[in-house]
Every structure is written in structure tokens, then in C-alpha cells.
Design a protein around this ligand. Structure first.
Ligand SMILES: [Zn+2]
Ligand SMILES: [Zn+2]
Length: 354
């Protein structure tokens, strides 16, 4: 059995759409010491491909972080197979709340240096000295009571479409930048109660340990993240203190928590919280676009990208050579992107005489 996927993305997506069965979207992570991540990676790749699982899984010396979809008929077997590994014993599995089963179209398992690309030097602080874990109800009540500092430790494009009421949502592009901003912003509040949260809880493990190392004395974190929170408040029938959508790192791009739309289309400014990647493969920028702009720009982030997408093979090659340095690694819009694009949009509009 091959240990890597080599089939074209389009073919895989079509195959996924045509599947006659249901998939369950799940996620889990755990920190544990792996002596041979590559060997472990190959082993689970074999087992999980056999069960027809899809997903994006990171394996590192420090553990595993998995977002995946499992055919419903194989779920029982999958969960059972986890029991063969002591490291997965009683691992909390989070189930998606808004699940169309089309979250992933292939299985990717990567060996990484770290589970979260945090840019931190783990040797410089005690990563095991994490904050106090609060369950969804405890976290909910503290947010409700108020008077505490609620901190979103995710990036700006995530908090833009949804966040807890009253939360500090730093305009950070990366996790490292995020921690630097929080530390600086709260430098005079080291004895306040901090309530940290992220998507599934994994980033809070690092963030809380880091902030404790920086001298914060009362660091708390939402156990299981927004994913667990959303599921729990539904069960408990509580009014959500999280407004908007939870950004998720799969094809669905987000799960609505309370049905509110708090973001805007980056091109026309209308209420919208649908992320997509620019259809110009050379750009692939992640941004927010409404349906009518998607139609006008053909799912591209700009007129320029639309033209490139529609150009012929030879022209594309030409664009690739000229534009590669420009588009480079730009896979997520920067904080300044929105304004720049709105200007760009206005100009393009006046050019076309609208
Ligand atoms: Zn729009
Ligand atoms: Zn683009």
C-alpha cells in the first residue's frame, strides 16, 4: 500500500462528493513523547487508510493533532483501533456540530517538528506547567459574570468571524505574534484572572504555559476549545456567549455556533463569514467573500487574479514566472489586506464603468 496520496485534488474532490455514505468529522490531540514519529506516522497511515479515513494529521515527537473524517460505518472500528495504542487511552474525541461529512477529501499525515507551529523555544519555559482547565459550563459562567479578561489566542482571520463576548482578539497573523501582543497588552494585569480559548484547546496548552512563565498568576483555559463549548451549550440548552462562527481548518472552513454573522465580505463589505481560497492557484489567498462577489470575481480575490485564472496555459506560465515573487507564500490575508483589497475593488469597478 502506498504511504502517500498521489491522486489529483480535483479527482479526489469529485470522488468525495459522489460518495454514497456518510462521514463523521472528528478531532483530537494529545501531547505525549514519541521516539520514532515517522514509524508511528506510517503505521497509523496504513491503518487509517484501510478504514478509508480522510483528514489532516500532524505527528511530532511531542504528540499528535488530528482533524479527520471517518466513514460512519467504520467509526466503531476506528475508535476500537485507537484502543490498541496506550497513548490513545480515553483520548477525548470532539465531534463536529455542523457536519456535512465533506470536511476532507484525502488522508494527509505529516511528521512535524512541533504540533503547533508556535515559533517558541520550548526549552526556555516549562511547557507542562499549563493553566487551569475549565469545562464549558465553568468557562461560560465566568464569561457571563464578567470582570475577567477573556483572551482569544487564535489568529485574526479566525476571531474575525466569531469570538467570545468581550474577548480580546489581537490582530495577530501568527501564534508567536499573538503571544507577544497579549503579554505586552496585559503587562499590568498579571494578577487578573485570564480566560484563554482557542479552536480545540491545543493552542491554549502552549499559550497558558507561556503566559504563566511570563508571570501571569491566574491563567485558565477552555478545555476542548470552542468545539467542545459549542456542543456543550447545545446539550445544556444555554444561550451562547460565543458569537458567530468557529473557524475550522478543513474544507468546511467554519461551524456556526449561534447563527450570527459578525464579519463582512472583504470586497463589498456586506455581512458575510464565508472564507475561501482565491481560485487563482498562484495566489490561493484565504479571504472572506460573499456570493455575489464570488460570482463577479469568479471566486478570486481580485480582478488581477481572475484574469490570471482565465488565462491560457502559456499565459499562465508567463504569469507564474512574473508573479511568483509577488504571490509567494501569501496564503492568508494580512491585517492590512482588507483595506488594500477594498481600494483595489473600487478602482477596478470605476475602470469597468460601474
Ligand atoms: Zn461581497
Ligand atoms: Zn488572488
Amino acid at each position: 500500500m502506498p504511504l502517500y496520496n498521489s491522486i489529483d485534488r480535483k479527482v479526489l474532490k469529485e470522488k468525495l462528493m459522489a460518495e454514497p455514505f456518510i462521514r463523521k468529522t472528528i478531532s483530537f490531540y494529545r501531547y505525549f513523547i514519541l521516539n520514532n514519529p515517522q514509524e508511528f506516522r506510517d503505521q497509523i497511515y496504513r491503518e487509517w487508510s484501510e478504514l478509508n479515513c480522510f483528514g489532516r494529521i500532524y505527528v511530532a515527537r511531542e504528540g499528535i493533532n488530528a482533524q479527520m473524517s471517518v466513514p460512519e460505518a467504520n467509526l466503531e472500528n476506528f475508535l476500537h483501533s485507537l484502543q490498541n495504542y496506550p497513548i490513545f487511552a480515553e483520548i477525548p474525541i470532539k465531534y463536529a456540530i455542523e457536519d456535512n461529512g465533506k470536511s476532507f477529501y484525502k488522508l494527509t499525515i505529516k511528521v512535524k517538528d512541533k504540533l503547533v507551529a508556535d515559533g517558541l523555544n520550548d526549552e526556555s519555559f516549562d511547557v507542562t506547567n499549563v493553566g487551569k482547565h475549565l469545562n464549558a459550563k465553568e468557562f461560560h459562567d465566568l464569561v457571563e459574570t464578567g470582570g475577567h479578561i477573556v483572551v482569544d489566542v487564535r489568529n485574526h482571520y479566525e476571531s474575525e468571524i466569531g469570538h467570545f463576548k468581550g474577548a480580546i482578539c489581537p490582530a495577530a497573523d501568527t501564534f508567536r505574534e499573538e503571544l507577544a501582543i497579549i503579554t505586552d497588552l496585559l503587562k499590568d494585569k498579571k494578577d487578573s484572572k485570564l480566560l484563554l480559548y482557542c479552536t480545540g484547546g491545543i493552542r491554549c496548552e502552549k499559550a497558558s504555559a507561556y503566559l504563566k512563565h511570563e508571570g501571569f498568576s491566574d491563567v485558565n483555559q477552555l478545555h476542548g476549545g470552542i468545539l467542545e463549548y459549542a456542543r456543550n451549550i447545545k446539550q445544556l440548552n444555554l444561550q451562547s456567549n460565543f458569537i458567530g462562527k468557529n473557524f475550522v481548518f478543513d474544507e468546511r472552513m467554519g461551524e456556526s455556533v449561534d447563527g450570527q454573522v459578525i464579519a463582512n465580505c472583504h470586497q463589498c463589505g456586506n455581512p458575510c463569514d464565508v472564507h475561501l481560497n482565491c481560485a487563482n492557484e498562484l495566489c490561493h489567498l484565504l479571504f472572506i467573500q460573499c456570493e455575489s462577489c464570488a460570482a463577479e470575481f469568479e471566486h478570486c480575490c481580485s480582478i488581477e487574479c481572475r484574469d490570471i485564472k482565465n488565462s491560457s496555459g502559456d499565459e499562465k506560465l508567463h504569469h507564474r514566472q512574473i508573479l511568483m515573487p509577488k504571490f509567494g507564500n501569501r496564503s492568508v490575508y494580512r491585517k492590512s489586506f482588507r483595506l488594500a483589497k477594498i481600494t483595489n475593488f473600487a478602482e477596478s469597478n470605476s475602470e469597468s464603468g460601474k
